[in-house]
Design a protein around this ligand. Structure first.
Ligand SMILES: Cc1ncc(COP(=O)(O)O)c(C=O)c1O
Length: 390
């Protein structure tokens, strides 16, 4: 038997040495990630409304199987893979969110990256919020358009970037890229001001609603609900967070959907998402629509957490995402480990996911834990933060 371990020694050269050295470098900087089992009370998932394991979903899944919806699509949407469940979902989602059309992707990451790689053209300008998700960055890297970052939630910075582009002779179309609710900070984009800016400069506005869908807006339609259906607005509603499933719906004017169907390589050259998943997302939309009680219960948990955190001198969250910023990677890891030892599933979020020096616990509030459990967790968190400082 060849000795796999020795082949992968850092600095050992050979086929695997460079990878092993990279991993050793990550470990030396407290940046090595490992897959960990699910244990402890859930303060880390995005299953905000507690739907992922709900009986309603089990029933919807059983009904889809019973009516013969297949698990696999068998091919690309442009070939044999286009199933009536995909088409029905897209029709229903467009009506649900109030847009002209919808296109279903297998994951939010690929949808976001694909949109940004496909819609802005050579000569166009992408101005993105400094805190947009990795998937947007990957799309921008593939795009032929120029991209620049604007300071987080700074509408003037977005405008300044457009001015600088025009001054430099840029004539293409601006695309403004934001999240309605930021995934690692839990704060909100100034959507009305961004929409006004987009109108003023005839720009497109892309709004990633990943963490708002299901939780905010009328019937859980998101924070951009009032903007859906505009010619210059494209939204992304991921289905793996509050919807408790997976996949993503892109809502856009009909002509953009058709453009994506013809030009979007990750859509064209990929096996279509599971029709079974599409059927489950179809079932989820009316469940989300009617989930006012769940949204109210989540809002109550956010308010309770805010009061408890403030009592301990910590910042109250603006949403169901509570960033507990501790600074160094080592401190974030130590705090996460201490909380895990107390039975809480909290995870350290480190660069490059967040900026250098802002490592944190990203504590999420969901209906998977009770108010009493949240209160106890925050008392324990304050104790562990104090211990870390001593
Ligand atoms: C803001 C944002 N956009 C997109 C994604 C990707 O979505 P998905 O998990 O469906 O791939 C995520 C997931 O972490 C996200 O936080």
């Amino acid at each position: 038997m060849p000795n796999q371990t020795s082949k992968a020694q850092p600095g050992g050269g050979g086929l695997l040495g460079a990878y092993a050295a990279d991993l050793a470098g990550l470990a030396a900087h407290d940046r090595l990630r490992r897959l960990a089992p699910r244990t402890g009370l859930d303060f880390t998932s995005n299953d905000y409304l507690g739907l992922a394991e709900s009986p309603e979903y089990a029933q919807a899944a059983a009904a889809a199987l019973a009516r013969g919806v297949p698990l696999g699509a068998g091919g690309s949407r442009l070939l044999r893979g286009n199933h009536p469940e995909h088409e029905a979902l897209e029709k229903e989602a467009a009506a649900f969110f109030g847009a002209e059309s919808a296109l279903f992707f297998g994951a939010g990451f690929s949808a976001n990256a694909a949109l940004l790689a496909t819609l802005p053209q050579r000569g166009d300008l992408i101005v993105h919020d400094a805190l947009v998700h990795a998937s947007a960055h990957d799309g921008m890297r593939l795009s032929r358009a120029t991209s620049v970052a604007a300071a987080h939630n700074d509408v003037d910075a977005f405008e300044a970037a457009i001015h600088a582009f025009r001054r430099a002779g840029g004539t293409g179309r601006p695309f403004l890229i934001v999240e309605s609710l930021y995934s690692m900070d839990g704060d909100f984009a100034p959507l009305a001001d961004l929409a006004a800016l987009a109108e003023r400069y005839e720009a497109f506005l892309f709004i990633d609603e990943a963490h708002a869908t299901g939780v905010f807006g009328p019937g859980g339609r998101g924070l951009a609900a009032a903007l859906e259906g505009r010619d210059n607005v494209v939204t992304l509603h991921t289905c793996g967070k509050a919807l408790g499933l997976s996949g993503a719906l892109t809502l856009a004017p009909r002509v953009l959907r058709e453009f994506l169907v013809n030009r979007c390589r990750p859509f064209i050259f990929a096996t279509a998402p599971s029709p079974f998943l599409a059927a489950c997302v179809r079932a989820a939309l009316p469940i989300i629509d009617g989930a006012e009680d769940r949204r109210a219960a989540l809002a109550a948990r956010v308010a309770l957490a805010g009061r408890a955190l403030r009592r301990h001198g910590l910042a109250a969250p603006l949403s169901q995402i509570a960033p507990i910023v501790v600074g160094s990677d080592a401190r974030a890891l130590a705090l996460a480990a201490a909380m895990q030892a107390r039975g809480y599933d909290t995870r350290a979020i480190r660069p490059p996911t967040v900026a250098e020096g802002t490592a944190r616990l990203r504590v999420t509030l969901t209906l998977d834990v009770s108010e009493a459990e949240i209160a106890a967790m925050i008392d324990d968190l304050a104790t562990e933060i104090a211990r870390l400082a001593s």
